[in-house]
Each structure stands twice: as structure tokens, then as C-alpha cells.
Design a protein around this ligand. Structure first.
Ligand code: OOB
Length: 535
């Protein structure tokens, strides 16, 4: 078994198997089954590529063989940082079949995150695009390889320069031992609560359930044409039901290069898309664009929205403007998924964040003393279940804080449960700013701010924002002359911080409000900023 992975205790594993959650299937076998059943159906559309199930299955096998010949073995970690390009799909299946483990970084991540992920995972290979949205990922690969001795291989989608083209990795399929269903299939990134992202080990058994049960709940089938508009490395478009859920039932996955209406709407019209997933700020953008767009969106049956709290006003506009059903999704890469159901009354769909996917998801809503709050009251959501991890990868210390001794994950989300079991997300206890679904880890940004010579002390707080839900505001106590926001952002970018983590605002203060223990009082700081905004 993979070192640094916390498995479910045997009595839970037995139970999840007996109850039919874990079916002993690998992710690679989900594709194989469909390829045997419906070889000629269209599986993936992206850019100029249109692959049938047989073609996708064959490409995955040949890539797996090629990687095997290059020395990649079961259990090896492979850092994958790809945008929504066709190659992402066969690459994932090739790694699943080899038992090698993709570490799914987002295209927006930069050196800070990637260096941390390479080190933490001990990745032996790194897969990148050549240039994406003006950024040359090969330059980053060069830096990482110099720093990280385990990193043997860089594989490039596009022009490889001194590295290897992913396309050129191709060999006659060979028999592979393959992974066991209980093995770790992939490592997802956490939204990040303290410092840099943590790694979330998801097994074949649990992730196959995640994807297939989600597909069933959403009534996905062979006629589903799913548009992956969000970055496919994220759990939501990947497996909720997303790409994996669609492929598991023989539907067609269409990858959009960006989620902007300019890219997505023509694809919806051309490919007769039936379902897609967005974060709330994008849903808002699509609603605005749809008012003037001439694109025919009439094929769209389902819009899933999740990642951050959706306002009821926005939710209400979905059906009249886009002509499709809305589904709210409150999920986390750590596991638990909550969905509103197609049969739920309108009010439930518009105003709640859904209820758990599995009958055996165990939820506790607790107060600061870890005791359950009375029904209907707000508390922190703790969860345990057949697809919720028992520990982050190689993070014993973080795990002591993030999991209870009896294995519940502390989500950090403040929720309220309605009598029917639906949840409403009321806020967060953890230090993450949810910038329209992008999770900004407060501590990581603060640490980098503190490294600037003109910064004496720094606190990053979230301030309410109509479009994004929250925006980040850097509060700084200066050393001498106060820095400007442009100076600070240049400093953060220079340290390799992703653009979405750069503070949206800067406020220079003489002192911070403190708690009795002397910790920065963030709540009061946020209130101070709000009051000064009101003038
Ligand atoms: C999804 O996953 P992550 O891992 O990027 O972020 C999880 C966190 C949750 O703990 C919660 O704080 C927030 O994002 N969140 C929501 C939400 N959905 C997620 N907050 C309010 N309302 C919602 N509907 O974001 C994710 C994973 C799978 C499916 C959908 C979203």
C-alpha cells in the first residue's frame, strides 16, 4: 500500500463493500466496459479531436504501454497540470491502468504550488501544456526539475523543446498487472486551509462510486452530452458526475478551452450539450451573456452550480434565461457531495445546497465543543462515509486537526440542516477565502506578504462581493513607507503565487484588532473594512 495513505478501517471497508458502495472496479475498467459495449459511440470531443470509445480506450492502452517502457510503474506519482485538452482524458486512463497516480494540479497554479506538490508527492514525472494562456509551462518545468531530484521526466502536450512530446509516447499495448480497486487512483488538491494545498488520496473503489452514483442521481446516460467548462482537474467537472461519470454511462464529453460564454455557447449549440457545471460567478456571467447571445442553447437540460454559495436571486434566473433545470451542488474534494434532486420542489432547489449523495454518509453538525447542535441550528459540518477520505496524503500533523479520532472529516463549513435533510451553507470556520469557487488559502498568502521588506505584519481577510461572493483584502502594517498594491502583487507574483490568490484590495493600518489571546481578530478586521467602505 502507498505510504502516507490512511485507509478506511477494515470494518468500514467490509461494510462499504457489503452495502454495494465499493464494487471492486477500477477506474480504468469503467472505460474498458463501455469501449467493449459501445465502441463506435463518441466519447470525447476537444479542439479538432473526436474520439470514439474504441479510439479513446486504445489511446489509453498505448500510452500506458509507452509510459511503462519509460519506466513508470504502479504507485509512482505523476504531476499533471493540463488545461481542458483532449490529451488529459487518455492520460488519466493510462495512469489509472498502470496504477500510477496522477496528482491533479490546476492550470492556474504557479511555482509556489507546483514546487510544493512536486516535493510532497515525490512525483517522478510532470505533464504540462507547452504554452497556455500566454504562460510557458516548460519554463516552470525547467525550474521544478532543477529543484526536485525525483522528477525524471517532463512530458509536453504540444511543442516539447528539450522534453518529450506526450504524443510520442506510444507503444503496442502490453499486459499490465494494474492496481487493486482499494488502491489510491489519484491525488486531488484540497481547497487549502493552512498554507499550500494538501493532497487528497481517492481510491478506485471510492471514486468510481463518486462518479457513477452521481451520474445515476443526475440521470446521465448514453444520450448525455456533458460540457466540461470548469478546469477538468477539479473534482466537480471530473467526477460529480463530470467527465468520469459521463464516460461510465457511455455519454459524450466535450471539453471547452475556457468557461467563457464565447467558447462555451458555440460548443453547446454545435454539440447539442445537455448538461454542464459552473461556479456561481460563471453562472452569473452566462445568465448575462445568454440575454444577448444568438447561440441556440435549447439542448441544455441541466446546469449544476457549486463550489461557493449561490444566491437565490441568481438561482431563480436559471430556468427562465437558460431554459434548463438547476441543480445545486455542495461538494468537497475530500469526498462528501450534496445535491439537490430533480424531484425536489423549486424552493428547495433555489434555496438549499442539497443533501448527501449516499444513504450512508454520516453527517454531524457540531458546536465549538464538538457536540451536536440542536436540529435546525448552525454548526460545523463533520462527515464520514464511503467516499470521504480518512486522512490527507503524507500529512500526519494536519490530519490530527482535520479528522476526529473516530474518523470524521472536519469540513470547516458552517451549515444548517432543514427537516427534509437538505443543507444550507452559512459560512466557514476555516481560514479560506472562497473567491467565487477559487479557494484562497489565507496563511499561504500572508506568509508571502510578510516576506516583503516594507511589510511589518499582514492579514488577509475576505470581504463580501456581489460578483464573487467574497474578495480578498490584504491588511498590512507597514515598515516605514507603505507598499502599494501593485508592488505587493508584483512581489507575490515573483514568488510564484497563482493570480487568483493575489489580494484584490490593500488596506494599510497602524494596528490590527486582536483576540484575548493576541491573535489577529479577523472577524473584527473584516467588520472594520466593511464599516470604512460604508464611509
Ligand atoms: C468544491 O470542492 P473544493 O474542494 O474545491 O472546495 C470545497 C469547499 C467546501 O468545503 C465549501 O467551503 C465550498 O467549497 N463549497 C460551497 C459549495 N460547494 C463547495 N460553499 C457553498 N455552497 C456550495 N454549493 O468546491 C466542489 C467539489 C465537488 C462538487 C462541487 C464543488
Amino acid at each position: 500500500m502507498l505510504d502516507g495513505f490512511t485507509a478506511w478501517p477494515p470494518e468500514f471497508a467490509d461494510r462499504y463493500r457489503a452495502l454495494g458502495y465499493w464494487r471492486g472496479r477500477t477506474l480504468g475498467s469503467l472505460l474498458r466496459e463501455r469501449a467493449l459495449a459501445v465502441p463506435d459511440r463518441l466519447a470525447v470531443v476537444a479542439g479538432d479531436h473526436r474520439w470514439t470509445y474504441a479510439e479513446l480506450d486504445d489511446r489509453a492502452d498505448r500510452l500506458a504501454a509507452g509510459l511503462h517502457h519509460r519506466g513508470l510503474a504502479a504507485g509512482d506519482r505523476v504531476l499533471v497540470q493540463l488545461p481542458n485538452v483532449a490529451a488529459f482524458v487518455p492520460l488519466c486512463f493510462a495512469l489509472f491502468r498502470l496504477g500510477a497516480i496522477p496528482v491533479l494540479a490546476l492550470p492556474a497554479h504557479r511555482e509556489t504550488e507546483l514546487a510544493h506538490l512536486a516535493r510532497l508527492s515525490g512525483a517522478v514525472a510532470y505533464v504540462v501544456p507547452d504554452v497556455h494562456l500566454g504562460y510557458d509551462h516548460r519554463a516552470l518545468a525547467r525550474t521544478l526539475r532543477a529543484e526536485q531530484p525525483t522528477l525524471r521526466e517532463v512530458l509536453v502536450v504540444g511543442v516539447p523543446q528539450e522534453f518529450t512530446a506526450l504524443d510520442a509516447v506510444d507503444a503496442e499495448p502490453v499486459p499490465l498487472d494494474g492496481p487493486a480497486p482499494s488502491d489510491v487512483a489519484l491525488l486531488l488538491l484540497s481547497g487549502g486551509t493552512t498554507g499550500t494545498p494538501k493532497l487528497i488520496p481517492r481510491t478506485h473503489d471510492d471514486y468510481a462510486y463518486n462518479a457513477t452514483a452521481s451520474a445515476e442521481l443526475c440521470s446521465f446516460g448514453p444520450d448525455t452530452r456533458y460540457l466540461a467548462a470548469l478546469p477538468v482537474a477539479h473534482n466537480f467537472p471530473l467526477a460529480c458526475p463530470g467527465v468520469l461519470g459521463t464516460l461510465a454511462v457511455g455519454g459524450t464529453v466535450v471539453l471547452a478551452p475556457t468557461p467563457s460564454p464565447d467558447d462555451a455557447f458555440p460548443l453547446i449549440e454545435r454539440e447539442r450539450i445537455t448538461a454542464t457545471a459552473l461556479v456561481p460567478p460563471l453562472a452569473l456571467l452566462w445568465l448575462e451573456a445568454a440575454e444577448w447571445s444568438l447561440a441556440d442553447l435549447s439542448s441544455l437540460e441541466l446546469l449544476q452550480v457549486g463550489g461557493a454559495r449561490l444566491k437565490a436571486e441568481t438561482a431563480r434566473r436559471v430556468r427562465p434565461v437558460l431554459g434548463c433545470a438547476l441543480q445545486q451542488v455542495f461538494g468537497m474534494a475530500e469526498g462528501l457531495l450534496n445535491y439537490t434532486r430533480p424531484e425536489d420542489p423549486d424552493q428547495t432547489v433555489l434555496e438549499t445546497q442539497g443533501r448527501p449523495l449516499a444513504a450512508h454518509d454520516e453527517l454531524r453538525i457540531v458546536g465549538p465543543d464538538d457536540r451536536e447542535v440542536p436540529p435546525g441550528e448552525t454548526g460545523e459540518l463533520l462527515v464520514r462515509g464511503p467516499y470521504t477520505i480518512r486522512g490527507y496524503y503524507r500529512a500526519p500533523e494536519a490530519n490530527r486537526a482535520a479528522f476526529t479520532p473516530d474518523g470524521f472529516y472536519r469540513s470547516g463549513d458552517l451549515v444548517r440542516r432543514l427537516p427534509g435533510g437538505h443543507l444550507m451553507v452559512e459560512g466557514r470556520v476555516k481560514d479560506v477565502i472562497n473567491r467565487g469557487g477559487d479557494k484562497v488559502p489565507v496563511e499561504e498568502v500572508e506568509n508571502l506578504l510578510l516576506a516583503h521588506p516594507a511589510v511589518h505584519d499582514a492579514a488577509l481577510v475576505g470581504v463580501p462581493d456581489d460578483a464573487l461572493g467574497e474578495r480578498s483584502c490584504a491588511c498590512v502594517i507597514a515598515h516605514g513607507t507603505a507598499p502599494t498594491r501593485a508592488e505587493l502583487n508584483a512581489h507575490l507574483t515573483g514568488r510564484g503565487l497563482a493570480a487568483f490568490k493575489l489580494p484584490d484590495r490593500l488596506v494599510v493600518l497602524d494596528a490590527f484588532p486582536r483576540t484575548a489571546l493576541g491573535k489577529v481578530n479577523r472577524r473584527e478586521l473584516a467588520m472594520l473594512i466593511r464599516e470604512s467602505d460604508r464611509g
